[in-house]
Write a protein that binds this ligand. Sequence first.
Ligand code: KG4
Ligand code: ZN
Length: 341
Amino acid sequence: MLLLALETSCDETSAAVIRDGAVLASVVSSQIKLHAEYGGVVPELAAREHLRNFLPVTQAALHEAHVTAAQLDAVAATQGPGLPTALLVGFKAGQAIAYALRKPFVGINHHEAHLYSPWIAGNPPRAEFERFEPNVSLIVSGGHTMLVQVESELKHRVLGGTIDDAAGECFDKAGKLMGLPYPAGPIIDRLAEQGNSKAFDFPRPLLNDANDDFSFSGLKTSIRYFLRDHPTLLENEQSLCDLCASVQSAIVEVLVKKTMRAAKRLGVKCITASGGVSCNRSLRTELAKACDRQRFTLRLADKSLCTDNAAMIGILAERKLRAEQNASAYDDEIIPGWQLA
Ligand code: KG4
Ligand code: ZN
């Protein structure tokens, strides 16, 4: 089966070509630079940029995969959740391509696709579903932070999520308070490497609560008060690195401990992680150490697949088509608020 997948839910325009579980091409055009000067994603600009990028990105993916549109057996696109006008671009274009070719179209839940991105590996990348194990999956990005139990392929249950800010949002807002450019997550990751994570003590929200939920807005507030009380701290480069390391360690400790605790409680022995924040080196190292101690399997999405991409959309869509699930109608609508159950 040869499938074209499209992803335009937020600020990445992406197209991928999938054949029988293998990613033949995955092209991602990021809009980070466009939104940086506004300190966050501006929906209207994102949609216009998707419109501009959609054709070149899709053509590049088909070209890279050495296939033509006429050879496609199916088309898939992200249906939700996401920014409405951004989603519309990829979803409606995908439906139009499928309709023109008289081939099946599949609308995919973006978060459900994240659950399977850690199973895409190798060079060239392919879905390693033959190695699939029931797992607890941490999806951690700028817009979302959630824990999901994946009991078997295509069967999952949301355990918990953030009740306010997402972890990536906390990284970005903390960075803004420190005067760092958007998105601050990767910069904090880099500066933290030279810092002492025990220099300053920040709260670990909901760490000891008996649930699988997260909360990061209080942490952001405590950083604001901390900087108010230490007005000259940022003038010293080492103090900035210490602050980055201390903030990062608070976020990472909560993410790792709550993920591990959920898995132990459920008797699950495999952890997976995806989403932009799962690029964070400290998070990757701490998850690896924790899984090592418990003798759990750890599958982290490849860094190129942590952030939003159409490859994960296509891999899930192909799986769904093979399971004869969910071929959508050509006139289905986007679902901007589509939450995983
Ligand atoms: O998945 P993603 O590209 O987009 C969505 O949010 O949908 O994730 C972007 C988020 C941003 O908040 C960014 O700061 C964060 O992921 N991020 C990181 C790192 N790389 C990206 N946060 C911490 N450490 C990183 N290395
Ligand atoms: Zn995402």
